[in-house]
Write a protein that binds this ligand. Structure first.
Ligand code: CA2
Length: 149
C-alpha cells in the first residue's frame, strides 16, 4: 500500500447529518454521508491527499477535530449544520487555523428561515458552497485541490 505524501483534506460534519438520506430527503436529498464520503475519496484518487471524513453531533468533539486539523490537515471543509448559526466555540477554533476553510451546505440557508441567514463560520471561510445538495462536497474538494496546489 502506497503512502500519500501530502497532508489529508479534512471534511467535518455537524449535528444530525448522520440522518442524511434517511429523513427529510426533500430538503437534503437521498445520498447518505457514506455515499458522499465515497465520492469525495474517488476525487482524491491519483492525488497525494487522503481524506479524513467525520461527523459528530457534539460541539466539543467538532472543536477537538478542528484543533487537530490545525496541524494535521492541508485544508478543512466543514458543514457545521445548525452550529453554523450558533457556535462561537467553532468560530474561535476555526479562527486559529491558517489552512483554507471551506464552508459547505447541502441547502441554501439564505433561501430558508431568517435564523439560518447568519453564519459564524462564513467570517473565517475562504469560500462557501451552498444549495447544490451532496455534490457541493465534491465542488469543495475540487476548490481545495486548486487552492493547495
Ligand atoms: O444545508 C445544510 O447543509 C445545513 O448545514 C443543514 C443543517 C441546517 O441546520 C443548516 O441550516 C443548513 C441541518 C442538518 C440536519 O440534517 C438532517 C439530515 C437529514 C434529516 C434531518 C436532518
Amino acid at each position: 500500500m502506497s503512502q500519500k505524501t501530502l497532508k489529508p483534506i479534512y471534511v467535518l460534519n455537524g449535528p444530525n447529518l448522520n440522518l442524511l438520506g434517511v429523513r427529510e430527503p426533500e430538503i437534503y436529498g437521498y445520498d447518505t454521508l457514506a455515499d458522499i464520503e465515497a465520492r469525495c475519496k474517488g476525487l482524491l484518487e491519483g492525488t497525494e491527499h487522503d481524506l479524513v471524513f467525520r461527523q459528530s453531533n457534539h460541539e466539543g468533539q467538532l472543536v477537538e477535530w478542528i484543533q487537530e486539523a490545525r496541524t494535521d490537515a492541508c485544508a478543512l471543509i466543514i458543514n457545521p449544520a445548525a452550529y453554523t448559526h450558533t457556535s462561537v466555540a467553532l468560530y474561535d477554533a476555526l479562527k486559529a487555523l491558517s489552512i483554507p476553510i471551506i464552508e459547505c451546505h447541502l441547502s441554501n440557508p439564505h433561501a430558508r428561515e431568517a435564523f439560518r441567514h447568519h453564519s459564524y463560520v462564513s467570517l473565517v471561510a475562504k469560500g462557501i458552497v451552498a444549495g447544490f445538495g451532496s455534490i457541493g462536497y465534491e465542488l469543495a474538494i475540487r476548490a481545495v485541490l486548486t487552492l493547495v496546489k
